[in-house]
Design a protein around this ligand. Structure first.
Ligand SMILES: Nc1ncnc2c1ncn2[C@@H]1O[C@H](COP(=O)(O)OP(=O)(O)OP(=O)(O)O)[C@@H](O)[C@H]1O
Length: 362
C-alpha cells in the first residue's frame, strides 16, 4: 500500500437511537479513488453509516476519520464530502446550469465562476445540450445526471450516493451503472454507493461491504464475496446458491471431508472457523454444477430431475436429491453444446468440483 491515507476509516462505530442499536461496532476502511459499496437489505444500517460520514448523524461511540483526520467536530458543510440522493432533489424553477452552479454560489463563488464550472460538469455527464432546460423537461436518467453534476461541482473528495438509481426503470438503471463507474474512474473521486441491489453492487464496485442487522457481514472484492462468502447470510443474499446441511468428519490438506444427512460423503473447501465434528451448511453456486448420467470423478450426488425452467440466458434445472434436499443447476445457453440437459423424471447425477463447494460459518 502507498502512503496515501484512506479516504475513510470507520473505527468501532456504534449508532444508537434511544434503546435501538442501528449500527453495532462497525470498523472498515475505504481507500482513496475507490468505488466502494455498502450493500444490505432494508433497515440494515447502510444509510445511517452514510449519514454519519456526511455529518448528518453523530456517532454514538467510536470514530470516523476522513483522510486521516477525525471529523467528529466538523459540520456537514465543512466536510469535503457531497451526497447524491435517490430523489435528485433538483430545484424545479432553476435551469440545469443554475441547479449545478447553485451550491458553488452558496459557497461564495462568483456567478460567472459558478456558470463556468457548471458547464464543465455538464460536459462531464454529457448534458451540455440541455443546459438551459428546466428539470421537468428532462427524463429521470437525465435528472439524475444533473444531480450528479451538481454534487461533483464543488470538487468533493468523497461522493456519497444513497440508492441513486432506484427511481429509474431497469434499462436505464443498467445503463447508468456503467456511466457512474466511468464517472468515478474519470474524476478519481472516492465513491461510496449505498444499495440493496446485489447485482448493482457486483457490477460496479471495487469492494463491497455486506451488512445486515447493523453488522458488517463481509468486506471484499465483488468476485471474492460471490465466490467465497463467509457465512449463510452473505451466501444467500448475494446471487443464488444451493445450501446443504453437512457434518464435518475430517479436515486435511485444505479440504474438508463431510457427509450429508443420509451418509453420502463429500469433499469441500476448508473454511477458517469450521472444525471436525461441526454441523454446518455447504454452499455451491448453481452455475458451478453440471449433470451426468453416470457418477464422475468430481463429487457426484444422485437425484431425479423435477423440472427445467427456461430463464433466457440459461436453463435452471431443479433436481430432487436421493440423499438430501432439492438443488438447482444452471446451464448457460452458451454451454449447452457440452453440458447435458435431462428431461423431467430422468435420473441424473449432480456434479461439482470440491473447490466450488464452500462450508459456511453460521
Ligand atoms: N432517526 C431514527 N430514529 C430511530 N430509528 C432510526 C432512525 N433512523 C434510522 N433508524 C432505524 O435504524 C435502522 C437502520 O436504518 P437505515 O436507514 O440506516 O437502514 P438502511 O439499511 O439504509 O435501509 P433502507 O434501504 O430501507 O434505507 C432501521 O431499523 C431504522 O428504522
Amino acid at each position: 500500500m502507498s502512503d496515501t491515507p484512506n479516504a475513510i476509516d470507520v473505527v468501532d462505530a456504534i449508532k444508537r437511537y434511544g434503546d435501538f442499536t442501528a449500527l453495532q461496532k462497525i470498523s472498515l476502511s475505504i481507500y482513496d479513488n475507490e468505488f466502494f459499496t455498502l450493500l444490505g437489505p432494508s433497515g440494515c444500517g447502510k444509510t445511517t453509516l452514510l449519514r454519519m460520514i456526511a455529518g448528518f448523524e453523530d456517532v454514538t461511540e467510536g470514530a470516523i476519520f476522513l483522510f486521516g483526520d477525525e471529523i467528529e467536530d466538523l459540520p456537514p458543510n465543512k466536510r469535503p464530502v457531497n451526497t447524491v440522493f435517490q430523489n435528485y432533489a433538483l430545484f424545479p424553477h432553476m435551469t440545469v446550469t443554475e441547479n449545478v452552479g447553485f451550491g458553488l454560489e452558496m459557497r461564495g463563488r462568483s456567478k460567472s465562476e459558478a456558470r463556468a464550472r457548471a458547464g464543465e460538469m455538464l460536459e462531464l455527464v454529457q448534458l451540455s445540450q440541455f443546459a438551459d432546460r428546466k428539470p421537468s423537461q428532462l427524463s429521470g436518467g437525465q435528472q439524475q445526471r444533473v444531480a450528479l453534476a451538481r454534487a461533483l461541482a464543488p470538487q468533493p473528495k468523497v461522493l456519497l450516493l444513497d440508492e441513486p438509481l432506484s427511481a429509474l426503470d431497469l434499462k436505464l438503471r443498467q445503463a447508468m451503472r456503467f456511466e457512474l463507474k466511468e464517472l468515478q474512474r474519470e474524476t478519481g473521486i472516492t465513491f461510496i454507493f449505498v444499495t440493496h441491489d446485489q447485482e448493482e453492487a457486483l457490477t460496479m464496485s471495487d469492494r463491497i461491504a455486506v451488512m445486515s442487522a447493523g453488522k458488517l457481514q463481509q468486506l471484499g472484492e465483488a468476485k471474492d464475496i460471490y465466490e467465497r462468502p463467509h457465512n449463510m447470510f452473505v451466501a444467500d443474499f448475494i446471487g443464488e446458491t444451493n445450501l446443504l446441511e453437512v457434518s464435518v468428519d475430517q479436515i486435511a490438506g485444505g479440504r474438508a471431508t463431510c457427509h450429508l444427512g443420509g451418509g453420502h460423503e463429500l469433499t469441500c473447501n476448508e473454511v477458517e472457523g469450521v472444525g471436525a465434528g461441526a454441523r454446518v451448511h455447504m454452499s455451491v453456486r448453481p452455475e458451478r454444477l453440471f449433470l451426468s448420467d453416470e457418477p464422475t470423478e468430481s463429487e457426484s450426488l444422485k437425484g431425479t430431475v423435477r423440472d427445467n425452467i427456461f430463464v433466457g440466458t440459461d436453463i435452471q434445472t431443479i433436481i430432487d436429491l436421493a440423499d438430501g434436499p432439492q438443488m438447482i443447476v444452471r446451464t448457460s445457453n452458451s454451454e449447452r453444446g457440452n453440458k447435458r440437459i435431462f428431461d423431467p423424471g430422468a435420473q441424473a447425477y449432480v456434479n461439482m468440483e470440491a473447490e466450488a463447494a464452500r462450508l459456511l460459518v453460521d
